[in-house]
Design a protein around this ligand. Structure first.
Ligand code: HEC
Length: 455
């Protein structure tokens, strides 16, 4: 009997020849996956370090690609798959991962170039479609030396009538230096608000120190790590702040352009200005120039409802030196029926994890989003596959953890306690929530007074 076995092996080795041709080829099997999931970043002049389009470009990366997809490092996506369904989830299926692995392990064959899918086309710059209006900043010069710079640049939008905007795409002029950026609408000729601040707003102003374009919490401000133990309808614990302005577009690593949900729009009133807040990094060590711009697309007809946003934050925490797992919370009870359309956790370099839970008025609890391994370099907006109904009285709890230990490779300094601030070396604890009102008619007619807690 034992003599049978070698023959058996021999036969299967011979049968191995046809099996070989079942090895995935670049042209037929690998390219379609890369074109669908990878090349938006992995092409010339975009954020990824190498292009992954042609066989010649991809072949040397086969082993790293296998590694990156098996570990789910690529494509970047941080949401725990157990909670929520997301329309922009780029994750590969198990079968796609298996194909990339089998190709890397199977000699990386090119296959027949006739099998290649049509080459990907990259819209010349504007990913959300050709804008109706482009508003650039004046040319900005970043000198070679110094710490990172946070520029605050306000330019007129030059609108003579109110406009409903359906998408606002922030396009960095010089990707080597623009780390991230935001654009806010600033309404003109609003009477100065300084006159009538209530005591809570006065207190909020006192808490914040401005240094040039940066702001920080006072070092002697009270420490509140458990924001949920406080008044949970403030912008941050203990403080009511008015008119935060209106953030219409963000550019962050890994973030798609701001396209508001179908049928919704944001108002940019006539005479508005646009305020660009840009974090410039001096990574190149040379004098650099930038002309960042925002491209707006206008609604062809009035929207059914307004795309809104609320930022829930805790500004009062203190993360002790060397603490590997410091918890900070913030809670909010919603005062109207609404639909959540996206969630964006925002922390800085010590951000470790964030979880967003709700308890509905009927007592049912649900985890909307869990990001167990947050990374500052991938600030992803999680767009819901279906809008999530949030009935009035629903309480949201955001739980963040920070790693201020030396084991956090991004940590600029584990030896100091860290508090709130706009610089990356300080910290933030924010959940940005995009939503629409559940009663659309009311929401459009109240457009003018939308800004109390929204930006
Ligand atoms: C949202 C943009 C984006 C997408 C989509 C993306 N990548 Fe990347 N990729 C990057 C960036 C930026 C880097 C370099 C920084 C880093 O390694 O985090 C990178 C790095 C890599 C690396 C080098 C990893 C290493 O360990 O050095 C590989 C390999 C890679 N990507 C493969 C892929 C593959 C395969 C896909 C699709 C399945 C993909 N990427 C999708 C942006 C992206």
């Amino acid at each position: 009997m034992s003599s049978v076995r070698p023959i058996h092996i021999l036969i299967s080795a011979l049968l191995g020849a046809p099996l070989c041709s079942a090895t995935p080829t670049f042209s037929r099997d690998v390219a379609p996956i890369l074109y669908k999931h990878c090349v938006t970043c992995h092409h010339a002049n975009d954020i990824a370090p190498m292009a992954l389009i042609t066989y010649q470009e991809v072949r040397p990366w086969a082993a790293s690609i296998k590694e990156a997809v098996l570990s789910r490092k690529m494509p970047p996506w941080k949401a725990d798959p157990h909670f929520g369904k997301w329309s922009n989830d780029p994750s590969l299926t198990a079968a796609e991962i298996e194909t990339l692995k089998a190709w890397a392990d199977g000699g990386k064959p090119e296959g027949d170039p006739k099998d290649l899918p049509a080459p990907p086309v990259f819209a010349e710059g504007w990913r959300a479609g050709t804008p109706d209006m482009i508003v650039p900043i004046p040319k900005f010069t970043l000198s070679a030396k110094g710490p990172d710079e946070y520029a605050n640049i306000t330019v007129p939008a030059n609108l003579t009538e109110d406009r409903w905007v359906v998408s606002a795409e922030l396009r960095p002029g010089n990707r080597k230096i623009v780390h991230h950026a935001h654009v806010f609408v600033v309404e003109e000729d609003k009477p100065k608000r300084t006159a009538k601040l209530d005591p809570a707003q006065e207190y909020g102003r006192w808490l914040h120190i401005k240094e040039g374009t940066l702001s920080f919490i006072r070092p002697d401000a009270p420490v509140i790590n458990d924001g949920c133990a406080q008044d949970d309808n403030a912008v941050f614990p203990g403080v009511k702040e008015k008119d935060l302005g209106s953030l219409i577009a963000s550019y962050l690593p890994g973030r798609a352009p701001d396209v508001y949900p179908e049928g919704t729009a944001r108002l940019v009133p006539a005479g508005s200005k646009l305020n660009f807040q840009i974090h410039y990094s001096r990574a190149t060590g040379k004098t650099e120039f930038d002309e960042t711009s925002v491209g707006l697309r206008f609604a062809r007809e009035p929207p059914k409802t307004i795309a809104r946003r609320i930022d829930l934050s805790n500004h009062m925490f203190l993360i002790p030196a060397n603490d590997p797992d410091h918890e900070v919370t913030e809670c909010h009870t919603f005062q109207k029926d609404m639909y959540i359309t996206s969630l964006t956790p925002h922390m800085h370099l010590r951000g470790k994890s964030m979880r967003i839970d709700v308890v509905y008025p009927d007592g049912r609890a649900q985890t909307l989003l869990n990001v167990p391994a947050y990374n500052f370099n991938w600030q992803i907006t999680y767009r819901t596959a279906e809008p999530i109904l949030i009935p009035k009285g629903t309480r949201m709890k955001i739980v963040a953890h920070f790693d201020n230990s030396r084991n956090n490779p991004l940590n600029p300094d584990p030896t100091h306690a860290v508090r709130w601030g706009s610089a990356s070396e300080t910290e933030m604890m924010d959940g940005w929530i995009e939503y629409v009102d559940a009663s659309p008619a009311a929401s459009v007619s109240s457009a003018g007074e939308s800004a109390r807690f929204e930006r």
